[in-house]
Design a protein around this ligand. Structure first.
Ligand code: NAD
Length: 356
């Protein structure tokens, strides 16, 4: 490959364990972090996993808190901090998706406690220095190196329980990080290679899982792709796609991974012509008609295609386009309200997108 531009590679400070059965090494990893009293975090839905982790950690576990919630509400964080203090916790272990890892980050940044994250979805929060929190219904996002978990354990076996619907949307959420990293203004050759490998692994793994949710090779490929996508999410600035998803999640309360899954073909199709060279790894996999190719792939793995199925309506489009036009993210192709209206209308109705 030719290296046309100077670049900065920011480095990856996180220690990562990847494999099947790696969860068994959590105790050693807590010890390596100097933890003697870990607070284990999960959602209520995954409290059994948290309980198992407490058992595995034995004397190194101080307690558990199983009330992690979507968008990291600060009142939940405050409650968790109260528990951390009352049990004398000196580190946090978060086991779950982006919501639980967000809670771990919120505690770590407030207390300076080390954080071991154990992701069970493909959302990718574990490899970033980004924390989104909600207070009184308003979401704010900040970046700080101290938000990054110190250690991440990817255990493929934990993803076997991920329902097929969440598997698909979460994997497409990961794919969206990789696609946007390919054309990111602060990208670099390493980020591009990781993003390309991420898309390859997701494209290979997801169809295997759709045939058989317990296909370990499919799960391994998809989790590997998700890890790489998570790294590039933490390394490169995201564009129009993430902006629209943040608007739909933050102002219209649309669900996170479903929104990413539905919008990706439309935003990729919109940017394809303006970033043709950068997107070559994606067009190699999904075709020159990138929007249509990604939409066909999404349809073939049973992904949701219509924002209308999640409560978004035609009447919401003008306000969404207006909010998306403020505080803009860098994007390879300039966009105006008419462009966003076209993208959102197609995504609302589940139309196969145009590629420009
Ligand atoms: P989630 O964490 O909200 O999980 C959704 C549901 O699935 C929860 O009930 C969870 O317990 C359950 N679940 C998770 N893994 C499971 C498994 N293996 N088996 C069975 N059930 C399982 O969903 P998500 O999509 O992972 O995360 C979304 C949140 O993460 C959003 O709030 C988003 O903003 C945030 N996020 C943040 C970043 C970042 O860098 N800060 C990155 C990505 C996502």
């Amino acid at each position: 490959m030719t290296i046309n531009d100077d670049f900065v590679f920011k480095g990856i400070p996180t220690r990562v364990l990847f494999g099947a059965g790696t969860l068994a090494r959590a105790r050693d990893e807590v010890e390596k972090l100097g933890g003697k009293a870990a607070l284990v975090l999960s959602t209520e839905h995954q409290s059994a996993e948290a309980e198992r982790m407490v058992d595995d950690l034995g004397a190194l576990a101080a307690g558990r808190f199983c009330e992690a919630a979507m968008h990291t509400p600060t009142d939940v964080t405050e409650k968790a901090l109260g528990v951390a203090t009352s049990v004398g916790a000196d580190c946090v272990v978060s086991i779950g998706g982006g919501s639980t890892i967000g809670l771990g980050k919120a505690i770590a940044i407030r207390t300076g406690m080390p954080h071991l994250a154990i992701p069970t979805t493909y959302a990718g929060s574990e490899m970033t220095d980004i924390l989104g929190e909600t207070k009184d219904g308003r979401k704010t996002t900040r970046r700080d190196p101290a938000i990054r978990p110190n250690t991440v354990i990817y255990d493929v076996s934990l993803t076997l329980s991920l329902p097929k619907a969440l598997t698909v949307t979460s994997a497409l959420n990961a794919a969206a990080h990789a696609v946007e990293a390919l054309y990111a203004p602060d990208g670099n050759p390493i980020v591009s290679q990781m993003a390309a490998s991420a898309l390859e692994a997701l494209n290979r793994g997801l169809p295997l899982i759709m045939k058989d949710g317990a296909d370990l090779e499919g799960r391994r490929q998809t989790f590997y792709g998700a890890w790489l996508s998570a790294i590039v999410l933490g390394q490169a600035a995201m564009g129009l796609h993430h902006k629209l998803c943040h608007v739909l999640g933050g102002s219209f309360n649309l669900p996170h991974s479903e929104t990413h899954a539905i919008l990706l073909p439309h935003t990729a199709g919109f940017n394809a012509g303006a970033a043709r060279a950068a997107l070559a790894p994606a067009t190699d996999l999904f075709g020159d008609d990138l929007g249509g190719g990604l939409w066909d792939f999404a349809q073939s793995v049973g992904a949701p295609l219509r924002l209308a199925d999640y409560g978004f309506t035609e009447a919401d489009i003008p306000r969404a386009a207006e909010i998306a036009g403020t505080d803009r993210y860098d994007n390879p192709r300039d966009f105006d309200a008419a462009d966003m209206t076209r993208i959102l209308t197609a995504a609302l109705n589940g139309d196969r997108p145009e590629t420009f």
